[in-house]
Design a protein around this ligand. Structure first.
Ligand code: HEM
Length: 121
């Protein structure tokens, strides 16, 4: 059977990635104000979304329904700078992650493309 990216990356590494990403968000003076005061629930949503996207359990959609990422981002002003900051924060988190290089390569491309797709300004 073909291995999923979720299996390749591993749940612990994925959790760590999203936790490290939110540590960067905390320091980001452009993006931090867009996020809710309590970051933990947002962190959990992104983790569950990525787990599902990578072929793991579908807990995200059981809780939140269809992702509709573009629709869920229209209320945040995502211009080129916001897009670049989001991606840079994720790159910092990826660079220090323990997952296999193949997982990092896959995620860099996915995050770059998706962040561009979510631009709405
Ligand atoms: C391009 C820059 C981006 C900005 C400024 C941004 C900002 C935000 C903000 C402020 C939230 C609300 C936090 C919450 O309460 O959940 C959010 C939610 C979310 N974002 Fe982004 N985001 C960006 C890109 C991305 C990308 C690239 C992905 C996926 C790879 C993503 C996936 C999600 C998900 C899954 C949620 C939770 C949706 C829900 O269930 O309500 N975002 N984003």
């Amino acid at each position: 059977m073909k291995q999923t990216y979720f299996e390749l990356i591993g749940q612990e590494n994925l959790w760590q990635l999203i936790a490290d990403f939110y540590e960067e968000i905390k320091k980001d003076d452009v993006l931090r104000p867009m996020y809710p005061k309590a970051l933990e629930p947002a962190q959990e949503r992104l983790f569950l979304f990525m787990m599902q996207y990578l072929g793991g359990p579908n807990i995200y959609s059981e809780n939140r329904g269809h992702p509709r990422l573009r629709m869920r981002h229209v209320r945040f002003p995502i211009d080129q700078e916001a897009r670049d900051r989001w991606f840079r924060n994720m790159t910092v988190a990826l660079d220090k992650n323990a997952m296999p290089e193949q997982g990092k390569e896959f995620l860099r491309r996915y995050f770059s493309d998706t962040a561009t797709f979510l631009k709405n300004k």
